[in-house]
Design a protein around this ligand. Structure first.
Ligand code: AMP
Length: 500
């Protein structure tokens, strides 16, 4: 099928051609004619399927006729994160370049004054995150009674982030007669209920998971002790031919810790998470996109929807708690027909989460050995109390004494070039003496932080799993912390990545 068969006008066809697209993607083929007819759409599709163009292209066509009035946008696109909103705005610029449509990006973390003056001039398209939009509304800076087309993008992520009450309030401020396009990567019962509330007789379009997720991504799972995760990550990065990579952590605070650690070890790295100020986020994104930084350590929410075509690797520094996040994460690589490699670093205690992922993707993730580390198995039952678990598994220090550590990761089956084997081996050899030297000198893992740890070890406090300049309890976790860790946390408390 050709873009010309979808009912789009010549200006848009020209913009699409200039964007280099030869064929519409499946979601574009199905959604564009339906949107042009004025029907509601319930789209089940992930980022990477071309879903943004599936609603922006027909919206531009629809909005081309008519003019915006001051403070009364004619269409509204709600996005869960600032990055996603900024990306949708970029799409409007790209596809709408032969039209004279105006847009405003209303997101937190940026000057309200500039956004207000844009609104005052009148905009055709308002692209917003829910919190900032309501803020503007409550200040009387915006009227939503002229919105004819509403898009809710990544509804499942809105739900995860607790934005649904805001979205419901925004929808209640819109005219009842409007066209609504609702997209979600997953369609659980809650999302369906919302869709029923917001949509009228929608055309349901599902782009199948098989078609959208990464058949072009090779996946690997390394099972190591918590304490070995950072070193494992560093080695995989070194031995793989990483052009650029996302490194995912489950929590914002771990993003910063890992970012600092990687920077300290000489990697060119940036971080992205929801607590960063908007200019810092944009700067990090810019550096990563331009190739100035090879690695981006990030949280799920911050990285959601970031569209960078050629990412060679994805690293899951933590196994995602929600299986569907795994699919989103590894979908960052292997896009647009390119191949990619995704490495997940699990601890034995991640057994249940790995099992859920494997059930969702319908296949086991191939295991890889990590040289110098024992082959660990995933545990399906939560660990019993400390004393018992320690008897069953020798501690790290005992293991190190028993089997001296060789500092390389082996046996992730190599892809053909560019992941060629010979240079990897070379690098391993080159690195080995330096590390051996450090270990000999300090009886442990190298660096200034380790020297301090050596002192701590002398005192019998043990190993740590924190930033190199932070002292922790290692295996000697006091009882009160133990209790706090084992208490299950509600989802909202755990997903502390809200972006507004
Ligand atoms: P999305 O799913 O909207 O995040 O889009 C993912 C990527 O696919 C973006 O970089 C788009 O520029 C690109 N894209 C969208 N439509 C097409 C198409 N028909 N052909 C090739 N690439 C496309």
């Amino acid at each position: 099928m050709d873009f010309r068969d979808l009912g789009l006008g010549p200006e848009i066809l020209k913009a699409v051609e200039e964007a280099g697209y030869s064929q519409p993607t499946p979601i574009q083929q199905q959604a564009i004619p339906v949107v042009l007819m004025g029907r509601d759409v319930l789209g089940c599709a992930q980022t990477g399927t071309g879903k943004t163009a599936s609603f922006t292209l027909p919206m531009i066509e629809i909005l081309a006729a008519g003019r915006a009035k001051a403070r009364m946008p004619r269409s509204l696109i709600l996005c869960p994160t600032r990055e996603l909103a900024a990306q949708v705005a970029d799409n409007f610029d790209k596809y709408g370049k032969h039209h004279r449509l105006t847009k405003a990006l209303i997101i937190g973390g940026e000057s309200m004054g500039d956004q207000m003056s844009l609104l005052d001039r009148g905009v055709d398209v308002l692209i917003a995150t829910p919190g900032r939009l309501l803020d503007m509304f409550d200040r009387g800076r915006i009227l939503l009674t002229d919105v004819k087309v509403l898009v809710i993008d990544e509804a499942d992520r809105m739900l995860d982030m607790g934005f649904i009450p805001d979205v419901q309030r925004i929808v209640s401020l819109l005219p009842k007669i409007r066209q609504t396009l609702f997209f979600s990567a997953t369609m659980g019962p809650e999302i369906r209920r919302l869709a029923d509330d917001f949509l009228m007789n929608p055309k349901e379009i599902t782009v199948s998971r098989e078609a959208t997720t990464a058949t072009t991504v090779e996946q690997f799972l390394a099972i190591v002790d918590e304490i070995d995760k950072r070193e494992t990550l560093r080695h995989i990065i070194r031995v793989e031919n990483v052009k650029n990579a996302f490194v995912f952590c489950n929590r914002k605070r771990d993003v910063t810790v890992l970012y600092r650690s990687l920077a300290k070890h000489g990697f060119d790295v940036v971080q992205l998470h929801g607590d960063m100020a908007q200019p810092a986020r944009m700067e990090a994104l810019g550096k990563f996109k331009s190739g100035e930084a090879r690695l981006m350590v990030c949280s799920d929410v911050a990285a959601r929807g970031i569209d960078i075509q050629a990412v060679s690797h994805v690293f899951n520094f933590d196994v995602p708690i929600h299986a569907e996040d795994y699919v989103h994460r590894i979908g960052r690589t292997g896009r647009a027909g390119l191949t990619g490699r995704a490495f997940t670093i699990a601890t034995p205690q991640d057994g249940k989460h790995v099992a859920a992922i494997e059930q969702l993707i319908g296949t086991p993730i191939p295991r890889m050995d990590v040289e110098g580390l024992p082959a660990l198995e995933l545990e399906m039952e939560p660990r019993r109390r400390r004393g018992r678990a320690k008897e069953e598994r020798p501690g790290r220090r005992a293991r190190q004494e028993a089997e001296p550590r060789a500092e390389a990761v082996r046996e992730a089956p190599r892809a053909e070039a560019p992941h060629a084997e010979a240079p990897v081996r070379e690098e391993r050899r080159a690195e080995a003496p330096a590390r051996e030297g450090r270990r000999g000198e300090q009886g442990g893992r190298g660096g200034e932080g380790r020297r301090r740890r050596g002192r701590v070890d002398e005192l019998g406090i043990g190993e740590m799993m924190h930033a190199d300049d932070v002292v922790g309890f290692g295996d000697h976790v006091p009882d009160f912390i133990q209790r706090a860790i084992s208490r299950p946390q509600p989802r909202s408390a755990r997903d502390d990545d809200q972006e507004e």
